[in-house]
Design a binder for this molecule. Structure first.
Ligand SMILES: [Zn+2]
Length: 166
């Protein structure tokens, strides 16, 4: 888990993503201040929740929204494929795909030891992920999903740091 993710997990019990009137701006307000369009904010927060074990209803809402966004892109670019299936595949890849050679760690076990090598895994190049499908729609949505999580992560951590003096 990344440092941000660890902090988020440990702070999650005490810091609520919803608005807390009077005292603090909500994470959604923080994202709004970052100048993002409403739907992008909502998606970034959903993506963040889903990454940390959100409810099935949040996951379905996220798939709906990603499908909608991908449908527009695929129409503009005249790309073949079923947007909903691709959206599900991208989300599953982002959340669960693990490189077989290093179990998703990014560094292989040194043979005959229990130690991880210092060299990045040669199979995945240290990403910990198997190679994604070479599909334009998949690639486009995957980079969008990565962007959502980094936007949400940065904004939420900034908010929490100001509240908790991390
Ligand atoms: Zn690997």
């Amino acid at each position: 888990m990344s440092k941000i993710a660890e902090r988020y997990s440990s702070a999650r019990t005490t810091s609520n993503l919803k608005s807390e009137p009077r005292t603090r701006a909500s994470a959604a307000d923080t994202l709004a201040a970052a100048g993002m369009a409403g739907q992008t904010q909502a998606d970034a927060l959903l993506m963040w929740s889903v990454c940390f074990g959100g409810k099935t209803s949040q996951k379905l809402a996220l798939i709906d929204s990603l499908t909608h966004k991908l449908t527009q892109h695929m129409f503009r670019r005249q790309l073949p494929g079923d947007p909903r299936q691709i959206a599900k595949a991208v989300l599953a890849y982002y959340l669960h795909a693990r490189c077989d050679s290093c179990d998703g760690v990014g560094f292989q076990i040194v043979p005959h030891t229990i130690t991880r090598s210092d060299e990045p895994c040669p199979t995945c190049g240290g990403s910990g992920k198997p190679h994604p499908p070479a599909d334009e729609a998949f690639t486009w949505l995957h980079s969008w999903v990565s962007k959502l999580i980094s936007i949400a992560g940065t904004s939420i951590m900034r908010k929490m740091e100001s509240q908790m003096h991390l």
